[in-house]
Design a binder for this molecule. Structure first.
Ligand SMILES: [Zn+2]
Length: 350
């Protein structure tokens, strides 16, 4: 089969390698669509301490496809079924799993290797985090399930109700999916970003107010503007979905009295932020970090894929299709900000 292998930062090669072998508890999936995402882009640029263990290495984790082989112990699935497998599965046995905090599982097992024609799904992911795609949902739409599950997790932890205003910093796929969930629940949204193309999509999918940070060289003016949109109270909930220390700090400065800040975008390891202790204490800010997904949120997200509005948002997010041999170009486009997510097709055009 053909696959894209990671050889080092900036060095990925389209090569012919053997189709992965599966054991009696695994399944083999023929990849239909694999999405480029922030994690893969970071891996492309600088490698990944957890996901890349040897060189060369397969990578890519957000995908959908069709089962072409099942191990002899597999009862739940059969060949020909269209599925989406998540990028990880919890062990259900460790200290955190016992407390139902599955996303913090100490023995979490990851899947990485979907930039390929075929991918083998490890036993635990087959068991706990592989889903049959309902017939009314196409494979490309279903490939975004992981992002939607992660965002749903972040959303439900943020105490968002209809009477609150949500401010979302960041207009990548994660930021846009947060906006989509808020609009689905009729919540007022202020979207903050710096890329006009993405801000335009944010407006198109229903953000009530769209602010380009570049129009406010003075941060005081930005905060004044946000306050004017919220009866001078400031937003009750701020979600940081960009992943930079500066925007984490901005998120805490924007939040209104009694507000909640969800630091959702992971920053580079070792980075630090500065927070105003006075505001934290006297305004009673609630600061939370939310990470990853659990099988429960994945199931809920799968249900959401049947919603027409959510599907239209996904069509706006997956804005381009490229064949697998052009993966490098896909990452370059992703980085330049001219696309949001790219549907990479192993089979197309070959
Ligand atoms: Zn566990």
């Amino acid at each position: 089969m053909y696959a894209c292998l990671f050889y080092g930062p900036g060095d990925i090669r389209y090569e012919k390698i053997p189709v992965p072998k599966i054991n009696e508890n695994e399944i083999l999936v023929k990849v239909d669509t694999v999405l480029t995402g922030g994690t893969d882009l970071k891996t492309f640029k600088r490698g990944h301490p957890v996901l890349i263990k040897k060189i060369p290495s397969l990578f890519g984790h957000q995908f959908s496809g069709e089962i072409v082989m099942t191990g002899k112990n597999i009862k739940k699935f059969s060949c020909g079924q269209k599925v989406v497998s998540l990028n990880s599965a919890p062990c259900l046995e460790c200290n955190f799993c016992k407390k139902k905090r599955f996303n913090l599982c100490e023995n979490i097992e990851f899947l990485n290797g979907a930039y390929a024609e075929y991918v083998s799904i490890p036993e635990r992911i087959v068991k706990y985090n592989t889903y049959i795609i309902p017939e009314n949902i196409d494979l490309e739409t279903a490939s975004i399930l992981e992002s939607l599950a992660v965002v749903l997790h972040g959303y439900e932890r943020s105490e968002i109700t209809k009477d609150k205003t949500l401010c979302v910093i960041g207009t990548g796929s994660i930021g846009l999916l947060f906006i989509a969930l808020a609009k689905l629940n009729k919540v007022k949204v202020i979207s903050i970003g710096r890329n006009p193309y993405k801000l335009n999509i944010s407006e198109k999918i229903g953000a009530d107010f769209v602010l380009n940070i570049k129009d406010f060289p003075d941060e005081g003016e930005l905060i004044k503007k946000i306050n004017s949109l919220t009866n001078n109270y400031g937003p009750e909930v701020v979600i940081e979905a960009a992943g930079f220390p500066e925007t984490w700090e901005l998120a805490a400065r924007i939040a209104g009295r009694g507000g909640l800040v969800n630091f959702f975008g992971g920053c580079k390891k070792g980075t630090k932020v500065e927070l105003d202790t006075y505001k934290l204490h006297y305004d009673e800010l609630k600061l939370i970090g939310v990470f990853h997904h659990t099988p429960e949120y994945v199931q809920k997200a799968l249900g959401l894929l049947s919603d027409n509005y959510i599907r239209s948002v996904i069509k706006n997010i997956i804005s381009k299709t490229l064949p697998l041999q052009e993966l490098k170009r896909a990452f370059q486009m992703h980085e330049s900000g001219e696309v949001i997510q790219i549907a990479v097709k192993p089979e197309e055009y070959r």
